[in-house]
Design a protein around this ligand. Structure first.
Ligand code: FES
Ligand SMILES: [Fe+2]
Length: 371
């Protein structure tokens, strides 16, 4: 090979490394992420999912416990999801190695004879901590090659405020990087343009708003306030109870937006998570619970309209983002987005240095915008 050719090869490799699967995709590891809905697993079914570009295989043991492994056999990489599951062990379809589904530990290598000294139990498929909450299977995604921390934080749960309630789940995929998915979620200024509907608001209803925000661990809160007067559902709620309506909205790393609405004894609680599937794809999982006299089917019909409007917008935005245009974040409407980037950066910095995490907000602050 000529010298010129070898140089070209090396620089090509550099480019591949920068844009290829080895470059940092901007994911936040060491957090819980929802992988699939609980009702997707059961029996001897093996189900696949992808989180943070890690292919996963999930299932449920005959004892009812959900499990998650990397969907690759530690022998020669065959996806374990092509294998056989008997309710306890997963058997790889290629050479029949068997793994305990919950721990990933190898329990059988069929090709071994009495001449072999290989310790089967020292071999493991990668397994991930996995818990079910609110009808989702959550997976704790520790960074590849890193050890699990000694204590894993509690799995996120949707707050509920009475014993009886209705609950429903919706999801939609966004062809976007996780950061664009998340700042879309906390962006107050798109409402009157993207979510114009007779039942919500129109462009004409735009008016100036002031909202107080306060820092919270790994996130920030839009302090308890009376929600926008230009939204019909809130006015209806007030009429129903005769009591003031209050709402609180939290954003918490890595990807969660919680909203709580209360009026007298009535409550509505929702959580949207934006989960990175790949660097160019994320998924919104939206779960809502309430004790209002609101039929699930009606709520779903409205929520679907909203999600579809957001999804359509993100599909169009992805077109614009394809060729790396210049972007800007403005005050005050994009300040929450700036906090998100600040939180993310400061968390990574504190993990790197071991020093406590610095919060990007000094204290409570009031933001002003029109929407
Ligand atoms: S690749 Fe799985 S047993 Fe060989
Ligand atoms: Fe939206």
């Amino acid at each position: 090979m000529s010298e010129a050719a070898s140089v070209a090869t090396e620089s090509t490799f550099e480019i591949l490394r920068e844009s290829g699967p080895q470059s940092d995709a901007g994911f936040l590891w060491d957090f819980w992420y929802p992988a699939i809905k609980s009702d997707a697993i059961g029996g001897t079914r093996l189900v696949t999912a992808m989180l943070l570009e890690v292919p996963l295989v999930l299932g449920r043991t005959s004892g009812g416990k959900a499990f998650t492994m990397r969907d690759a056999c530690p022998h020669r990489g065959m996806p374990l999801s092509y294998g056989h599951f008997d309710g306890k062990n997963v058997q790889c379809s290629y050479h029949g190695w068997e793994f305990d589904a919950c721990s990933g530990r190898c329990v059988e290598i069929p090709s071994l004879t009495s001449h072999d000294k290989l310790k089967v139990e020292r071999i493991s498929a990668d397994s991930f901590p996995c818990e079910e909450r609110d009808g989702y299977v959550w997976v704790y995604m520790n960074a590849p090659g890193s050890r699990l921390p000694e204590t894993i934080p509690a799995t996120p749960e949707l707050p509920k405020f009475s014993a009886k309630y209705k609950i429903t789940r919706l999801d939609c995929e966004l062809p976007s990087h996780i950061d664009h998915g998340i700042i879309g979620l906390m962006d107050p200024a798109h409402g009157p343009f993207v979510h114009q509907s007779w039942f919500w608001r129109s462009k004409k209803s735009i008016h100036e708003k002031s909202k107080q925000f306060e820092p919270m661990p790994l996130g920030f809160r839009m302090s308890k306030h009376s929600p926008s007067t230009n939204s019909a559902p809130y006015q209806l709620l007030k009429k129903m109870t005769g009591e003031a309506v209050t709402t609180t909205i939290d954003f918490v790393l890595p990807n969660m937006r919680f909203e709580e609405i209360h009026s007298g004894k009535l409550w509505f609680s929702s959580r949207a998570t934006v989960t990175p599937v790949r660097r160019d794809l994320c998924r919104i999982d939206f779960v809502a619970a309430w004790n209002l006299a609101l039929p699930v089917a009606i709520f779903r019909a409205f929520a679907k309209v909203f999600l579809r409007q957001d999804q359509q917008t993100m599909i169009q935005q992805a077109e614009g983002l394809k060729y790396n245009p210049r972007l800007m974040l403005i005050d005050d409407a994009d300040r929450p987005a700036k906090w998100y980037f600040g939180l993310k950066q400061n968390l990574l910095e504190s993990r790197r240095s071991g020093a406590p995490m610095v919060h990007p907000m000094d204290g409570p602050v009031t933001l002003h915008w029109k929407s």
